[in-house]
Design a protein around this ligand. Structure first.
Ligand SMILES: NC(=O)c1ccc[n+]([C@@H]2O[C@H](COP(=O)([O-])OP(=O)(O)OC[C@H]3O[C@@H](n4cnc5c(N)ncnc54)[C@H](OP(=O)(O)O)[C@@H]3O)[C@@H](O)[C@H]2O)c1
Length: 309
């Protein structure tokens, strides 16, 4: 099969497009013919070698942990999936990824893809969708009537988080540059904040929940916006428990996990018209390096997706 892998850590130039042996599924696993693979920031963090201590990869490694495709072979003991099923998945980031014509994935990491969208759009959903879900609902327990502030709201996670938060009946404040405000309003944002026009903390708050997708200075400036007893949930930098306590608020760091049940919930929402996947750019698999260069600029609107089939 054709795949994009790395033999060493470094810049986009270490991505190699080449022939590789096709993997075989073991018990409880399926082989998926990948139709489209989403590009996420974790891909270039792994490529640069920043996550070696956490993920213990061995090289060569196929990157990419977001995909939509079709089940090709079903391993022994797999009960829910059949050959030919259209599926989407956020596989285990410690194993080979989806920048390839085929990938082996555990059954527990796969759900039937939304029927109403194509593979390219379905590949934009799993990783960012699960991150948003697990941060907002499993961790912050966001509910109706609460106010949530979402940073980088026009990014892959943010665009899905805005829609999911709105669906629960929360008051949604979306922070982005002005060019994305119309899109964010259409997706359900009640308030939009232009982070380039003024410091966000001077024009908004107080809120029950902050979803931090930027870390660093943005995280540091967010504490004062949170109501007593509220929570800051970060997907990037583990927040300080001491700082949280000094503000009378809670904190959490979320490392999102594969979850077939939650993927199925996301698919249901898409097919019911309540959740839209936003694709910013589509590239062929052999152009993965270009996808990384664009993504790493940090100003993507929607997902960069590699079309494999
Ligand atoms: N822990 C986990 O499980 C997990 C899961 C998924 C993602 N993440 C992490 O979450 C982060 C976001 O991921 P993503 O996929 O959403 O990234 P992304 O799609 O690349 O985010 C790009 C967006 O960030 C916006 N942005 C950049 N600087 C901003 C600022 N100062 N204020 C407001 N918006 C700003 C950009 O808007 P402008 O163009 O307007 O600047 C752009 O819309 C990454 O670090 C990723 O690794 C973690």
């Amino acid at each position: 099969m054709k795949a994009v892998c790395i033999y060493s850590y470094g810049g986009p130039g270490v991505l190699v497009y080449q022939e590789m042996p096709c993997p075989r599924p073991g018990p409880g696993e399926v082989l998926i013919r990948v139709h489209a693979a989403g590009i996420n920031p974790i891909d270039w963090k792994v490529r640069e070698g920043h996550l070696q201590a956490m993920l213990h990869h061995t090289l060569p490694l196929v990157l990419g942990w977001d995909l939509s495709g079709q089940v090709e072979i079903v391993g022994s003991g797999v009960l829910r999936l059949n050959v030919g099923d259209g599926v989407f998945s956020r596989p285990d980031t410690s194993r080979d990824g989806a920048y390839a014509e085929f990938i082996v994935v555990r059954e527990t990491e796969v759900a039937l893809k939304p029927q109403s969208i194509d593979h390219v759009h379905a590949a934009a959903l799993p990783l960012a969708g699960l991150a948003a879900w697990q941060a907002l609902f499993d961790t912050a327990h966001l509910g109706a009537g609460q106010a949530v502030l979402i940073h980088a709201a026009a990014g892959s996670v943010g665009l899905l988080a805005v829609q999911l938060a709105k669906r629960t009946g929360a008051h949604v404040i979306a922070v982005s540059s002005a060019r994305d405000h119309r899109l964010l309003r259409r997706l359900g944002a009640d308030e939009v904040v232009d982070y380039q026009a003024a410091p966000f903390e001077q024009v908004t708050g107080p809120v029950d929940v902050v979803l931090d997708t930027l870390g660093g200075d943005v995280q540091a400036r967010s504490w004062k916006l949170i109501k007593k007893g509220g929570i800051l949930v970060s997907l990037v930098d583990p927040p300080s428990a001491e700082i949280a306590a000094s503000h009378g608020v809670r904190q959490a760091w979320v490392r999102s996990q594969p979850n077939a049940t939650q993927l199925a919930e996301l698919a249901k929402l898409v097919d019911a018209g309540h959740l839209a996947a936003t694709v910013g750019k589509i590239l062929p698999l052999c152009d993965a390096a270009r996808g990384h260069q664009l993504g790493e600029l940090g100003h993507t609107r929607g997902k960069i997706v590699l079309r494999v089939v």
